[in-house]
Every structure is written in C-alpha cells, then in structure tokens.
Design a protein around this ligand. Sequence first.
Ligand code: 5GP
Length: 197
Amino acid sequence: MNKKPLIIVVSAPSGVGKTTVIQYLMKQRNDLVISTSATTRPPRRGEQNGIDYYFLSKEAFEEKIKNNEFVEYAQVHDDLYGTLYSEIEKHFHSGKDLILELDVQGMRSIKSKFPHVITIFMMPPSLKEMEFRLKNRGTESEEKIQKRLKRALEEMKLRTEFDYTIVNYEVEQSANDLNSIIHAEHLKSHRVEIHLE
Ligand code: 5GP
C-alpha cells in the first residue's frame, strides 16, 4: 500500500499555540515537514532565518511577487507573508506530508490552486487564554496585541470554511487530534492505492 503525501494547511490566530502543537507532533513522526514561509516581519528572539521564516526586506519580497515566485502571499497585520513555489517543490518528492501554517487568506488561495488540500483551524480555549499567551510571549507591544486579538475574532468567524477545527486546550491532546486527522485522511479511499497480487 503506497501513501500519497498530503498538503495540510493549519490556520490559527496568533497566540493559539499552533506552532507548539505542530512541533510536538513532529517529534513523534518523521514523515511530516513544515513549509518555511517568507515574511517581511522582523525576527523574534530566537527565530532563525531559513528555519522559522525566510526573513526578507519589503523590496526583496516585492521582487519575488513580481517574479511570480509565490504560490500565495497575503498581508497579515502590518507585514507580508508568503509561500514560495520553491518550498513546495523542495518537499514534493520527499513523500512526506507537508504542513503549511497560513492565515485564512492563504488557506483560500492554496485551496483554489490545490483543491485536495486538507484545512484545519485551531482555536484558543478562550479569548482570555489567548490574550494571556500573547502577553506572556512578551514579543508584541500592547497595541499589536490588541490588533491581533481583533483580527483573531474576525478569523474565528471564518472557521467553518475549514475541514476540521481543533480547540487547543492542551498541547498533547491537540497534537493527538492533528495526528488522528492525518491518519484518517490517509485512509480516504481515493488516496489509498492497493496492488493486489
Ligand atoms: P506570526 O507573525 O505570528 O509568525 O504569523 C502571523 C500570521 O501569519 C499567522 O496567522 C500565520 O499563520 C500567517 N502566515 C505565516 N506564514 C504565512 C504564509 O506564508 N502565507 C500566509 N498567507 N500567511 C502566513
């Protein structure tokens, strides 16, 4: 039985903890890869170029838009974020499932180009908890935190556009949920190739 690799889009308002959940699952499975996006946002403490993001100047990002190097890109908060074709191609032949962490606009664009993508929305257990996590992270000013919370509310209204919703009460449980979704998607009949002897 051959496994066809999946493209999985995970969206979540910032402060929900989606990256932590994905990293947690990746420690248990070696058949997942994450696409590294490009952004004009400056790196946060500890973030590395080429690993967390490709950190680009606005000019360099716009040059890539002009050269059609992006599968999709969007303005999120005050910065540009985008998925490079080269990033998808890099992983395409690895046979591993590819996870894209995108906002809702990014999910819509990818879905219009690759209709079989699996889309997952991750929610915070409550707005209070999300605000606490954002403040606790200590990487954004109060003004930016308020902007992110406002945007989070808008995004949450759109979650029914996604195939699945995970409420992130606790990292291990959410990673299990994500794992179950991936497992079930691989069992969908149109994805299973069986060669009878
Ligand atoms: P952060 O600045 O917290 O790393 O990310 C902010 C938002 O940008 C998140 O909602 C994240 O999912 C989104 N994002 C990250 N990379 C991309 C991308 O390549 N395309 C799009 N459309 N959104 C992205």
